[in-house]
Design a binder for this molecule. Structure first.
Ligand code: ZN
Length: 180
């Protein structure tokens, strides 16, 4: 079993106070993700950042306020979780990290079969990335104290869908650290 950690949309426009699509819960998971990344780096587990990077007139803005426009500070990864040189960054324009990106190719080149998902939002980009991973035959593990969304109900619904419909495993940070 070969694993990679996905860090989804931990970007200023979702996480910072007053951001256009602020998810305050997203700030609470930063220390947990940081801890997971530190351990993953020690064990040479690949870390892949999946990042919203929209065009200024992106069609997604029919649905949501303008956010994460490529090249703006809002589209940057939060300071606390800045990537290191060997980490991989994949930009996306839709919810799924697989859609119109080279995530699948990248994972296949690295011989990865298991994805450990972290980031925001549990019931949107994490869920859609998990669904696309499931369709492609990857094993999915979601670290429940390393994902967040707008409220508790959406968090619960998102995790239940990943578990019950996509066959994902839901684990805590402590559980995952023991088996990395
Ligand atoms: Zn977006």
């Amino acid at each position: 079993m070969s694993k990679a950690i996905l860090v989804i949309d931990m970007l200023n426009d979702f996480i910072k106070e007053g951001a256009p699509l602020e998810l305050p819960e997203g700030r609470k998971i930063i220390p947990n993700i940081k801890k997971l990344l530190e351990e993953a780096r020690k064990r040479k587990i690949p870390i892949i950042y999946i990042c919203d990077a929209h065009r200024p007139d992106d069609a997604e803005f029919n649905q949501w306020p303008k956010h994460c426009v490529e090249g703006t500070p809002g589209a940057e990864i939060v300071e606390e979780l800045k990537p290191e040189q060997k980490d991989i960054i994949i930009k996306k324009r839709r919810y799924s990290g697989f859609y119109s990106t080279d995530l699948d190719l990248t994972l296949r080149e690295l011989k990865i079969d298991t994805l450990i998902l972290t980031g925001v939002a549990t019931n949107i980009c994490v869920l859609h990335t998990a669904a696309d991973a499931y369709f492609r035959g990857y094993k999915i593990i979601v670290v429940k104290d390393c994902v967040a969304t707008l409220n508790e109900e959406a968090q619960k619904t998102g995790l239940e869908h990943i578990k019950n419909v996509l066959g994902g495993e839901i684990k805590t940070l402590n559980e995952i650290l023991k088996e990395l």
